[in-house]
Ligand binder design. Structure first.
Ligand code: MN
Ligand code: MN
Length: 466
């Protein structure tokens, strides 16, 4: 009997115990987490594309006293600034009281999500219906996008430079859009196909109309009627699609999931579930002695390329400008900077247990996830964070009582993924991935736990202040 007690005492002391946030925290903490989730849900509904996320981010930042920053401008300790990169990525920073050569604390999340983009010549008519052609953006499982309500978001830029904003399908009085699917009665052959082949990309055509312009029976009369309506509403002609960025996303608002309302189902948790807590942490920690930076990047889902992606030199330019403005050496600033690459990880899902390795996969509601490495196969394409940096993070998170867990994506040979981490680390910045576990990542409706969201916020705060 005595030996059992000794063994229990030793295993309590010597083993690593992953516990849920609900086991670690009291009711007041859980209530605070659920309350915090309300602000996040509102952000989700306002920010379904990177452009909308930048607009929503600037609105929140302005309310917190952040002001626009122009390159070359002087900055002052205590100052709160944002840099709007082409309306698609956003850099926020607060200038600390200590020398910038002690390093900047950087949180970098992305605000683009998988979706369907309209092609540049999208509109056509066939068999009594008008459609938009699409080209999918990021990694989607195409079968998930058919036979579900969709909305249209984006901009149309006319030749005179004027920008028309489009948002149709979110208001309850708006029409929605749709992708036709095959009826099961005729689906025998398609049902035998592998999931990835049943719905090819060129079948992801958006149903946008069925009423002809008049009763003449003329060819393309439905397409004409669609174009007439678009012309009346937006003043555009068909060639204006050539300079448009229009995206199809799920017409779904963020909703509580479950009888206990412990989860949130929404489009685009990846990666707004990290962008929002990173944002609110820089707001709430703006008085930190450290200089803080929050990056909300575009194009992560397509490889971080382009001038709004994390690979763009703008990140280095801003650090150079900040260093110059405070008479610091930018190389020293970067060498001493620390970064949380804030991105989601896949939560262990008992319905698909065959692709997960349970001991090393994040569990839902077990707190924010530190991911030492991402990548695929033999850690290809990963930033493998140093043990020293993770050791420091363990300490600061534990000092603040942040509930966190270690995790990686899934079974070693099952696939893989990447984040922006390696693009920050290659600038000589200590970087590790930290984020929220997600169920059904990249699906039109993904699910996260409210307590994980809140621990992510608390982790970013610990990082900004430590
Ligand atoms: Mn992501
Ligand atoms: Mn993703």
């Amino acid at each position: 009997m005595k030996e059992t007690t000794k063994a229990a005492e030793l295993s309590e002391r010597l083993f690593y115990h992953k516990k849920s946030v609900y086991e670690h925290k009291d009711d007041a903490h859980i209530a605070a987490a659920y309350d915090y989730a309300k602000g996040y849900a509102a952000f989700l509904d306002a920010a379904k594309t990177e452009r909308e996320a930048v607009t929503a981010g600037i609105r929140l930042a302005t309310a917190q006293g952040f002001v626009p920053y122009t390159m070359g401008e002087k900055v002052v300790a205590g100052g709160k600034y944002y840099y709007n990169n082409r309306g698609k990525s956003l850099y926020l920073f607060t200038v600390g009281t200590e020398s910038m050569e002690n390093g900047i604390r950087i949180s970098a999340a992305h605000i683009d999500s998988p979706r369907l983009d309209l092609k540049q010549c999208p509109l056509y008519e066939e068999a009594g219906m008008s459609f938009f052609k699409t080209h999918y953006y990021g990694g989607i499982r195409k079968y998930q996008w058919v036979a579900t309500p969709l909305s249209l978001h984006g901009v149309i830029v006319k030749k005179d430079g004027s920008v028309i904003e489009v948002n149709v399908g979110e208001d309850d009085n708006d029409p929605i859009f749709y992708i036709n699917d095959l009826l099961p009665h005729l689906g025998a052959e398609s049902s035998r196909k592998p999931l990835g082949e049943a719905i090819p990309g060129e079948k992801l055509n958006i149903l946008v109309g069925s009423r002809p312009f008049d009763n003449s029976g003329d060819k393309d009369s439905i397409k004409l009627n669609t174009m007439v309506l678009l012309n009346e509403k937006y003043g555009i002609t068909e060639d204006d699609f050539l300079s448009a960025e229009l995206s199809i996303v799920p017409a779904l608002k963020a909703r509580d999931v479950g009888f206990d309302r412990s989860l949130i189902g929404a489009y685009g948790h990846d990666d707004r579930v990290c962008a929002y807590p990173a944002l609110s942490a820089i707001f709430d920690c703006a008085d930190s002695k450290h200089t803080l930076m929050c990056v909300l990047a575009d194009k992560e889902e397509t490889g971080s390329e382009g001038n709004t992606g994390m690979k763009c030199d703008l990140f280095l330019d801003l650090i150079d400008e900040l260093a110059k403005a405070t008479k610091a050496d930018p190389a020293v600033v970067r060498a001493n900077s620390k970064c949380l690459s804030a991105d989601v990880s896949a939560a262990y899902d008992p319905n698909f247990s065959d692709v997960f390795e349970k001991r090393n996969t994040p569990l839902l509601s077990a707190g924010v996830v530190l991911t030492k490495f991402t990548g695929s196969r033999g850690k290809s394409g990963t930033n493998d964070a140093s043990a020293e940096y993770i050791g420091w993070l363990r300490r600061i998170m534990e000092e603040d009582g942040v509930v966190w867990q270690a995790g990686e994506l899934g079974k070693v040979d099952c696939g893989g993924g990447g984040t922006v981490a390696k693009f920050l680390a290659e600038h000589n910045i200590e970087t590790v991935d930290l984020g929220v576990p997600v169920i059904s990542m990249h699906a039109p409706c993904e699910v996260i736990s409210k307590v994980d969201l809140y621990e992510a916020y608390r982790a970013f705060c610990a990082f900004c202040r430590a």
